[in-house]
Design a binder for this molecule. Sequence first.
Ligand code: SF4
Length: 426
Amino acid sequence: MNKADSERIAGLLADMGGNSVDLPEEADVVLLNTCSVRDHAEQRVYGKLGQLKKHKAARPGMKIGVCGCMAQKEGEALLLRAPYVDLVVGPDNLHRIPELLHGDSGRVAVAEGELPDELPVRRENDLHAWVTVIRGCNNFCSYCIVPYVRGRERSRPAGIIVDEIKALAGDGCKEVTLLGQNVNSYGKNLADDCDFAALLERVNDIDGIDRIRFATSHPKDMSDRLIRAVADLPKVCEQIHLPVQAGDDDTLKRMGRGYTVSDYRKLVDKVRAAVPDVILSTDVIAGFPGETEAAFQGTMKLFRDIRYDQAYMFHYSPRTGTRAASLEDQIPPEVRKRRLAELIELQNDVTCQINAAAVGKVEEVLIDRDNPADAGGMMGRTRGGKTVAVKTTGSDSRGRLIKVSLRQAHLWGFVGEPFEVLCSSR
Ligand code: SF4
């Protein structure tokens, strides 16, 4: 979500005539797009602001802004702590950045609202686009600040999404990632009868788009229809991000996740039966309040059993205003960190094993960028989303689907060699 918002912010600045510079001290405008899911991320923003304050002193006229969820959460309070900040803009008010930069309408824009559909976007990679399909979340997991800063669920009408993706395809985009805090809730507030599986069908029919990904799927809302769509629709990649958060029923209950470990395991079995080559990833929190050593070992066991391809792993970070922050039995930071380190070691080991077992396979790779570490080499992703550095392809292969033989496995992905060009639509 934040990557998508950053591309909108860059688009707005480019529309105002802005160019990007390499160093913040060379900039007339520096906007930080922020996350408030974890305290560490917020502290880093204050650290960055301290550095920018020095640059601003040496460069009078420089404008500093804070955008995103932390801006939404802190509002005016952020200006008390960092009075040299010129604008504070929540995620639903990004379209107001130009007027705030001109100094026409105050310094803070955090009102509840809807981001307009028609915003300029400057994409990091013209072959790939993030497309928001649903904003906000109704789940209120007990540890999560997102529903408080991103608001309740609002789905964008399917027709608008389809038109946006057709326009992207016309501009040469090959791959879209459909985004939402919980894409499985897509369509619930819409008048037309279009759930997320039906939306995938409509996007699958768009000429020029080769690949469709999506994130994130709440396990309690993953329907059989969606699993079938991933299995049957040729452009929908075999990649599912299915956040488990914990491998212990009591912990899941305190988190308010709405499923048990057994429910989750059955869901994974169902997904793997329907989509045998699925690449599965997850999110997990180590050291949630009340997590006993036995409960943590339940998470370790789940990780050993499921064998995810990848996991986003964090230790618990209390967020003021959430239910979990006031739960008794907060786990000491050193225990949270130790548990996280154990999980990371386990998962890295599993990822390396899974990748090593794939050496020798031939995968379809969308070549999308130069390899900065290998002159003349290119990089891309498999349908499952794994990174592949491809030797001896040359930059004219950018935008093509190439069959690549995987030669070496790493934690980050693979080194491979071209096997066969599938198409050359660029
Ligand atoms: S479903 Fe995700 S975004 Fe929504 S409250 Fe739970 S963790 Fe937060």
